[in-house]
Design a protein around this ligand. Structure first.
Ligand code: NAD
Length: 479
């Protein structure tokens, strides 16, 4: 067993009688970590410690806060090998992707730090009264709870920790019960550098998550995960009226309308679909293709997907890791079986795969589904695996209709050199993030979030995040 952690509360790792284990998804018989589940008393203690830490931290100037935060980010970067190994061991992605995840987390964190530095916290506004000066000021919100999923065990917690600290808050992270090792390592690094109580790590499932988000001492809840859990969190925060920022699922489309270089386009689409074995909220999971390009696109995507080498993420020759847990593998398997029953044709893949040396690993073959009916589940619901649904269309109007005719609105890509098609995509595509002529992998310094069922409240990363991590106040200064 590589990792053994309790709950980090006020600078001290605390155990309970209740433990849970994590497993390597490439070889599930291998136990990776053992963790102590938090209890309700720990939630109370963590919130009390966070309240005290937040009161002290908000008095530290933003320049000093960012100085300390900068040292924390530097230490995370220095530990990238250890963090990447922890991601791969529990989540399953390749070591190369895990290293990329840590680098991106540091890039986003530094950007948010610079952003907090640039934000003066107040601005002058016009007054209706002579001799009175008006100010609009922003203050730290207070105690933030972060609930994170299993697919980006470093990037998602850091996407919340860095802005929370830069803007003067304390944060309690409840990491996914499938991939807590990386969050514990982030907590251990924090314990060496930051004041106690500023970053705390609690373990548990829905019950502890619910106790945290509904706690009366919590002022903000930032959540990344599924739509169902997001709705339960909104309902739970009715009791404490905490501000919420939700980043939820997606059913992201790449629209291939016309292209000078189909190979380059398909390279990008295949990469955007298959990174992290499709377990990215921003993964391309639908390809909408103009009918005259359909045969070439189907053949080109199938060739790229079938050539991918599945294996243990820690093996340098691996291109695609396993599903992160057994229920996720089962969900992917059932989704593809349902698609077949709904009339889709499996061009490549379509079944779990045995990988030599990875006994009982949760591997699923990269799968291209063709002739997917637009009203079927494979066209509308998130599969969150290495599965692409191909749908053809005749006109740009048809493409835009298919693109927007889903509940989700996270990200999308258009491949086209037609100025009119690009303009209509930019104006009409109902997603938070829009890419023209490249895949759906976002930059580290651009607003990240979704609309419709893909998100609620402020985006993370970028200027909008201040609306979540701070509160706004109108000040009237009379003579
Ligand atoms: P999930 O919703 O099952 O769990 C996410 C987290 O919520 C976990 O830590 C879990 O323990 C916790 N949780 C569960 N029930 C809770 C409750 N009632 N109250 C409080 N916390 C609770 O999601 P998952 O399976 O871990 O992750 C996959 C999902 O996350 C996919 O839908 C994916 O699209 C989405 N996701 C979205 C983004 C984004 O930025 N939009 C990024 C990554 C993942």
């Amino acid at each position: 067993m590589k990792y053994d952690y309790g709950n980090l509360i006020d600078g001290v790792w605390q155990d309970t009688g209740q433990i849970f284990d994590t497993h390597n998804p490439a070889r599930p018989a291998e136990t990776v970590g053992r963790y102590a589940m938090a209890d309700k008393a720990m939630v109370d203690r963590a919130v009390a410690a966070a309240s005290r830490a937040a009161r002290e931290w908000r008095r530290v100037t933003v320049a000093q806060r960012c100085d300390i935060l900068g040292r924390y980010i530097d230490a995370i970067e220095a530990a990238r090998g250890v963090l990447a190994a922890a991601i791969t061991a529990e989540q399953g992605k390749t070591l190369k992707e895990s290293l990329g995840e840590v680098a991106k987390a540091c890039g986003e964190s530094r950007y948010m730090m610079q952003h907090a530095m640039a934000e003066t916290g107040s601005r002058h506004a016009a007054s209706l009264r002579p001799g009175v000066r008006n100010l609009v000021v922003r203050r730290p919100r207070g105690v933030i709870v972060a609930i994170t999923p299993w697919n980006f065990p470093v990037m998602t917690p850091m996407r919340k920790i860095a802005p929370a600290l830069a803007f003067g808050n304390a944060i309690i992270v409840k990491a996914s019960e499938f991939t807590p090792a990386a969050a514990c390592l982030l907590g251990a690094i924090a314990a060496d550098i930051l004041p106690n109580g500023l970053v705390q790590i609690l373990h548990g499932g829905p019950e502890i998550g619910n106790a945290l988000v509904s706690h009366p001492g919590v002022q903000g809840v930032t959540f990344t995960g599924s739509v169902g859990t997001g709705k339960r969190i909104v309902a739970a925060t009715a009791s404490n009226l905490a501000e919420v920022s939700l980043e939820l699922g997606g059913k992201n489309a790449a629209v291939i309308h016309d292209t000078d270089d189909l190979d380059a386009c398909l390279d990008q689409v295949a990469q955007a679909a298959m990174m992290c074995s499709g377990q990215r909220c921003t993964a391309v999971s639908r390809v909408l293709v103009r009918r005259d390009l359909h045969a070439q696109v189907a053949a080109g995507l199938a060739r790229r997907m079938a050539a991918m080498r599945l294996g243990d993420g820690s093996d340098p020759s691996t291109e695609l890791g396993p599903m992160t847990h057994r229920a996720q593998l089962e969900h992917v398997r059932l989704s593809v079986d349902q698609a077949r029953r709904d009339g889709a044709v499996v061009v490549t893949g379509g079944e779990p795969v045995r990988v030599p040396g990875c006994v009982d690993g949760y591997f699923y073959a990269p799968t291209l589904l063709d002739r997917v009916a637009p009203d079927s589940a494979a066209a509308r619901e998130e599969i969150f695996g290495p599965v692409v649904s191909l749908i053809s269309y005749e006109t740009l109007d048809d493409a835009l209709h298919l693109l927007n005719d889903v509940a989700y609105g996270l990200t999308a890509a258009l491949f086209s050199n037609d100025a009119r098609a690009i303009a209509r995509f930019v104006d009409e595509c109902e997603t938070g993030m829009l890419h023209v002529n490249h895949g759906t992998v976002p930059d580290s310094h651009m607003p990240f979030g979704g609309i419709k069922a893909s998100g609620v409240g402020a985006y993370s990363v970028g200027p909008g995040a201040a609306a979540f991590y701070t509160t706004e106040h109108s000040v009237y200064l009379g003579a």
